[in-house]
Design a protein around this ligand. Structure first.
Ligand code: ADP
Ligand code: ASP
Ligand code: MG
Length: 416
């Protein structure tokens, strides 16, 4: 008998009918003799609805009150699922984050889990209860409710699996695994049987929202076996693995991630002298604005153009800060653009294959897409392009790297 942590996302618990279906599934696992901890999200759309309600009252509510508000969505689904299980004769109990005691820091709306008190859970599991825990939430050391950032129920599940030393953490969602790219954007996207933690982490941080970044980080750190599966269809899903055990067959690229959440700022005609980057980015950092891609050009006339990207929500603030900086350093002008997108190709195979960047640039050039900025890491190349070309770019890259093809691996499962 093994202990499994199962997480069901918003769409999977989006109606009473779906909750009943989830209960059938969990009851089946329980009948099979497994100990089960279930983590649930709020019903689909609920978190957005709550955020919208808040905005009708106040433009910038305190993060503390936002957390009190948005954490309610998950509490509803825990109780409904526990009821549905009880109705089936399965002993079940629901808990919210503070009842378990999922202790976090006090960074409201983006808190990090520090510790989980597993005593209560162990006692219930011993008595044969299925435990249903509210995802996405915790409590700080002063008893304030906190939340873990959008998509945070994934992280709750992985953290519980680590704390309870579960044999597997299963993330049930509305797709049947991790794909080479978002299957809702590219028809030919292919489900991966396996992906390494390293690649999944890079995919998640570059915008693939199928798993929250922190969940992947946590799973890698504590070596939690993690699998993404479809809530209502049978199938092996995708296993997130520690090492790359089939080095020979490793394709160069595992997948393509993208995001539309960034905006670009350029400060033109900056006097080119030591300390200029610090002058520009220092105040941006002090305003707590995260910078992603940075490009600085060298010009002949002793002035330079300096371009960087920030989160789209931060653009108005960043622009304000930058305009002040421009005056101080006697730069010419500040320009901003929020119609950009970032596309990234990710793969550990890049380490041993040259030419990925040039293949990427050639594929984009062939469909007439201009690259505005480029950034690379050991296993990833990202480009910033005009947002209207995003889907075209992802499709072109997917086909250029032949991601719809099964890699040359005789043992690989057939694709759906
Ligand atoms: P849940 O509500 O279950 O947490 P999410 O909406 O957060 O579900 O994540 C699942 C979605 O992630 C899918 O519906 C899919 O559109 C999107 N997605 C983005 N990139 C990928 C990818 N590479 N593989 C699979 N799904 C992806
Ligand atoms: N309900 C939260 C959200 O929509 C957390 C989650 O679903 O994982 O972001
Ligand atoms: Mg999610």
């Amino acid at each position: 008998m093994s202990l499994i942590v199962q997480k069901f996302g918003g769409t999977s618990v989006g109606s009473i009918e779906r909750i009943e279906q989830v209960a059938d599934k969990v009851a089946g696992f329980r009948a099979g003799g497994h100990s089960i901890v279930v983590v649930v999200s709020a019903m689909s759309g609920e978190t957005n609805r709550l955020i919208e309600l808040a905005s009708e009252i106040q433009e910038h509510p305190t993060p503390r009150e936002m957390d009190v508000l948005v954490s309610t969505g998950e509490q509803v689904t825990t109780a409904l699922l526990a009821m549905a299980l009880n109705k089936r004769g399965v002993k079940a109990k629901s808990y919210n984050g503070s009842q378990v005691r999922i202790l976090t820091d006090d960074a409201h709306t983006k808190a990090r889990i520090k510790e989980i008190d597993d005593a209560r859970l162990h006692a219930d599991l011993k008595e044969g209860f299925v435990i249903v825990v509210a995802g996405f939430q915790g409590v700080d050391e002063h008893g304030n409710i906190t939340t873990l950032g959008r998509g945070g129920s994934d992280t709750t599940a992985v953290a519980l699996a680590a704390a309870l030393k579960a044999s597997e953490c299963q993330i049930y969602t509305d797709v049947d695994g991790v794909y080479t790219t978002d299957p809702r954007v590219v028809d030919g996207a292919r489900r991966l049987d396996k992906i390494t933690f390293e690649e999944m982490l890079e995919m998640a941080s570059m915008g693939s929202k199928v798993l929250q970044i922190r969940a992947v980080e946590f799973a890698g750190k504590y070596n939690v076996p993690l699998r993404v599966l479809h809530s209502f269809q049978e199938g092996p899903g995708t296993l997130i693995t520690l090492e790359d055990d089939a080095e020979m067959e490793t394709p160069t690229i595992a997948g393509i991630a993208f995001n539309r959440d960034e905006a670009k700022l350029t400060i033109l005609g900056v006097p080119d002298m030591p300390g200029v980057a610090h002058h520009i980015l220092g105040p941006i950092g002090e305003a707590n604005i995260e910078v992603d891609v940075i490009v600085q050009n060298v010009a002949d006339d002793n002035t330079t153009d300096f371009t960087f990207t920030v989160g789209r929500n931060d653009l108005p603030r960043a622009e304000e800060v930058l305009k002040k900086v421009a005056e101080e350093i006697k730069a010419l002008e500040v320009r901003s653009d929020n119609k950009i997108a970032k596309v990234s190709v990710v793969g550990v195979g890049m380490r041993s294959h040259a030419g990925v960047a040039s293949q990427m640039f050639a594929a984009l050039a062939e469909v007439g897409i201009n690259i505005q900025m480029i950034t690379t890491s050991e296993i990833k190349i990202s480009v910033i392009i005009e947002e209207k070309f995003l889907e075209l770019a992802v499709r072109a890259l997917h086909s250029s790297f032949e991601l719809e093809e099964e890699p040359n691996d005789e043992n690989a499962d057939s694709v759906i």
